[in-house]
Design a protein around this ligand. Structure first.
Ligand SMILES: Nc1ncnc2c1ncn2[C@@H]1O[C@H](COP(=O)(O)OP(=O)(O)OP(=O)(O)O)[C@@H](O)[C@H]1O
Ligand SMILES: [Mg+2]
Length: 145
């Protein structure tokens, strides 16, 4: 039986570049207080940061939920936004619809989603055009990528 140790939810706001990355930092700070493999924390950091940035860049708002059990960390980011019309295309490294302004800020390499997938032991992306997108990731505590 897996035991739930910690559950937190955070609200993310679209276009909020000023506070972008704040919630993923909060998540990794919580994990650093616990006795968790630094490599796992790094992977959680990548996943939450990239999912958070995608909300900031493309969606209106989202709820990030984070659940720690004794053997895994699950992260779900469910947004209200335009959705992704072609998930297969969006998952391709280098594909991006980022604006010039976003690219000037150093985003828009089209690497966020592929990196989320790469750093997750389980990855699931669901989207409804005109409604929103849900990213689910699971990272095992005793795995090494
Ligand atoms: N939450 C979302 N809502 C709507 N569209 C999204 C969302 N997340 C990703 N996308 C779409 O998928 C594309 C690819 O996303 P991905 O995160 O891989 O790259 P990026 O955000 O464009 O660039 P990078 O992550 O490297 O800064 C985005 O350009 C965007 O068109
Ligand atoms: Mg991205």
């Amino acid at each position: 039986m897996t035991e739930e140790l910690l559950r937190r939810t955070f609200e993310l706001r679209g276009r909020d570049f000023e506070n972008a990355g704040e919630k993923s930092t909060e998540v990794t700070s919580i994990l650093k207080e616990l006795d968790i493999d630094p490599d796992v924390i790094l992977r959680v950091g990548v996943v939450t940061f990239e999912a958070e940035m995608n909300v900031v860049m493309y969606a209106d708002k989202a709820i990030l939920s984070f659940i720690l059990t004794d053997d895994e960390i699950a992260i779900e980011v469910a947004d209200q936004g335009p959705g992704i019309p072609n998930i297969e295309l969006a998952m391709q490294p280098g594909y991006s619809t980022a604006s010039d302004e976003m690219r000037e800020m150093g985003f828009g390499y089209g690497m966020g989603l592929p990196n989320i997938k790469k750093n997750s032991d389980e990855f699931f992306l669901e989207s409804q055009v005109g409604k929103g997108t849900k990213v689910y990731c699971m990272i095992r505590l005793n795995s090494n990528g």
